[in-house]
Design a protein around this ligand. Structure first.
Ligand SMILES: O=C(CO)[C@@H](O)[C@H](O)COP(=O)(O)O
Length: 252
């Protein structure tokens, strides 16, 4: 059976002047995780915030330290140097550090966890490093990246080098409120077929209108920004997104 639905509203669409309150309210309205979009203006053409802001908003969400589940901070690192910020985000209270495959393979040695050779940072090495700091590790791919790049990483027999979650972007990363790219769903279906128990996250353009397609393909971790924060009743949207995923469990 595929994993249960995890609804992770993207706080990119929240009121940044009231970010702590927005996080607390969203969890109270039924969200499981909070999706925290970190953008550096290099990897994507937009900037958000860094670890100091995460440090400030983290205490607004009451949850046991080290426990995964309700209140997990799912940090989506749309940044050019993913290794560089792992420790800072751990200290800030990040639970799941999700980096981009494209950024990892183009990072330099100085940015690599070992920092000892001139080899590119390897996604496996980065996953192991994230795990060594007791965070979950996610790996994300952009629409232009084929899903095939993930097979070698997922098939690794060394458990600490395997990701806990894969994120398939269903928009070009950088901005909220874009249109859902159904063209990315075959990637989700291919992953679900091979990995029935993997957490597969989709991000971008998810709403009550698009959730059925994503759930049919096998996604179970649902990021939604504008659909949740723009709703008059965010709790109702969260409930509908969850229901759409959960009715398909066992059928995939
Ligand atoms: O990572 C991103 C954008 O790069 C997302 O998390 C968006 O913030 C999702 O927003 P909506 O498409 O749901 O409005």
């Amino acid at each position: 059976m595929s994993p249960a639905a995890i609804i992770a509203p993207s706080i990119l669409s929240a009121d940044f002047a009231e970010l702590g309150k927005a996080c607390a309210d969203t969890i109270a309205q039924g969200a499981d995780w909070l999706h925290v979009d970190i953008m550096d203006g290099h990897f994507v053409p937009n900037m958000t915030f860094g670890a100091p802001v995460v440090t400030k908003i983290r205490p607004h969400v009451d949850r046991p330290a080290g426990a995964y589940g309700k209140g997990t901070f799912d940090c989506h690192m749309m940044i050019a140097e993913p290794k560089r910020w792992v420790k800072d985000f751990k200290s800030a209270g990040c639970d799941l550090y999700c980096f981009h495959y494209e950024a990892a393979i183009s990072s330099t040695a100085a940015d690599s966890p070992s920092g000892t050779s001139d080899a590119k940072t390897s996604p496996k090495e980065l996953i192991k490093y994230i795990h060594s700091l007791d965070m979950q590790a996610g790996i994300a791919i952009k629409p232009s990246t084929p899903v095939d790049v993930l097979w070698e990483i997922l098939e690794n027999s060394v458990q600490e080098e395997r990701p806990d979650m894969v994120l398939i972007m269903t928009v070009e990363p950088g901005f909220g409120g874009q249109s859902f790219m159904a063209s990315e769903l075959p990637k989700v279906a291919a992953l679900r077929k091979k990995y029935p128990e993997l957490n597969i996250e989709v991000d971008g353009g998810l709403s009550e209108k698009t959730i059925d397609q994503a759930a049919d393909a096998g996604a179970n971790v649902i990021v939604a920004g504008s659909a949740v924060f723009g709703a008059s009743d965010p709790g109702e949207v969260i409930r509908k997104l969850r229901e759409a995923v959960d009715v398909r469990r066992g059928k995939l």
